[in-house]
Design a protein around this ligand. Structure first.
Ligand code: IPM
Ligand code: MG
Length: 379
């Protein structure tokens, strides 16, 4: 029996190509794992009306963790259009399977390291090394939203004198999404970010929030952050507003180290941080819970490139590296990261995003080159 059981979820579009590339690399490393394919994504929405079939959830429950390629998400109307004719009148509503998985398996922490590997021509500046801790199940992703609002809620809200203008607009003209956060959720993400800083000798943790406007949720997060920070006197605790942070990260990326944020602000700031280290082709991520984790790069399914085998698999390789770390395979994780770093710094093999349109190597060629480096070390 293999040491690990890993759910293998290529998902949509280029997710398939970067996962195939990752298989080459994991096999070269010799990870002792059984990979179990699990269906997820657009195809299953269209054919079955469910992008996350129950059988997939069962597979996940029976594995140590999951490796996930990418997902295609479309707005409600477009999603309905593409549904199989026989399913169109069943009142099905599309949902994002990755957001659902985070909720179902309580994958409360989204860890997104953004490191500028030396010699990457796409680096904004050499030496950037940021780590984003994104709360992964609450906030605007908590699923508490309505259109139209249940009358009871609408009436209760509109009874408040501050809300009169909404009453005037009429129930049918108002949609409501909320940002709902718990003290436990804030405490968990803040503590993990400080623990990480302590473990890896990071000098500061910055809370990215907007408590001057989102007074209640932002206020809660800020109070919790300050409380948790007291337990880590050796680590600087800074606070910044999300808008200012987008500017400061571009201006002075070296001032920052570990960043912690609620769900939506973490989503935003992690894309920005990815932009500083070469873009989504290099941005890895892990959705981590207490006893299960789903490893998925930050990038999407890039339908425009699907079928061409040209997208950058480095983000997926670095995501696999995070999986190896989580499984406790530190040696393999380090070897993989070293091989990736070598291929990047040598610069002879790279995809179109790195080398320019029409000049890039294929996804598979990049995988083969990383595998070659790994074999060279093995030899
Ligand atoms: C991410 C993505 C997802 C998110 C989408 C695909 C639902 O942007 O993982 O950052 O918003 O969390
Ligand atoms: Mg995102």
């Amino acid at each position: 029996m293999a040491k690990y059981k890993i759910a293998w979820m290529p998902g949509d579009g280029v997710g398939n190509e970067v996962m195939d590339a990752t298989k080459i690399v994991l096999d070269t490393l010799g990870l002792d794992a059984e990979y179990i394919h699990a269906d997820i994504g657009w195809e299953y929405w269209c054919k079955e009306g469910n992008p996350l079939p129950d059988r997939t959830i069962e597979i996940l429950k029976d594995t140590d963790c999951a490796l996930f390629g990418a997902i295609t998400s479309k707005p409600r109307e477009e999603a309905h259009e593409e549904l199989d004719e026989s399913l169109k009148d069943k009142g099905l509503v599309y949902f994002s399977p990755i957001v659902k998985l985070r909720q179902l398996f309580d994958l409360h922490t989204n860890l997104r390291p953004c490191k500028a590997y030396e010699g990457n021509p796409l680096n904004y500046k050499e030496g950037i090394d940021l780590v984003v801790f994104r709360e992964n199940t609450e906030g605007s992703y908590g699923g508490v939203e309505w259109y139209p609002l249940p009358e009871k809620i609408y009436d209760t809200l509109c009874d408040n004198p501050k809300m009169v203008k909404w009453k005037e607009k009429g129930l049918e003209n108002v949609a409501l999404s909320t940002r709902i956060m718990s003290k436990q959720g804030c405490e968990s993400i803040c503590r993990q970010s400080f623990e990480y800083a302590k473990k890896f000798g990071r000098k500061s943790v910055t809370l990215v929030e907007k408590p001057n406007v989102l007074r209640e949720t932002g206020g809660l997060m800020t109070r919790v952050f300050r409380d948790v920070a007291k337990d880590y006197p050796g680590i600087d605790a800074w606070e910044a507003n999300i808008d200012a942070m987008c500017m400061w990260l571009i201006k002075n990326p070296f001032d920052y180290d570990v960043l912690v944020a609620e769900n939506m602000f973490g989503d935003i700031i992690s894309d920005l941080a990815a932009g500083l280290i070469g873009g989504l082709g290099f941005a890895c991520a892990a959705n981590i819970g207490d006893d299960y984790a789903v490893f998925e790069p930050t990038h999407g399914s890039a339908p425009k490139y699907y079928g061409q085998n040209v997208v950058n698999p480095m983000a997926m390789f670095l995501t696999a590296k995070m999986m190896l770390d989580w499984l406790g395979e530190a040696d393999m994780a380090n070897r993989l990261e070293t091989a990736v770093a070598e291929v990047i710094s040598e610069g002879s093999i790279g995809t179109y995003d790195v080398k320019g349109r029409g000049k890039g190597n294929s996804t598979t060629e990049v995988a083969d080159e990383v595998a070659r480096k790994l074999s060279a070390v093995n030899a």
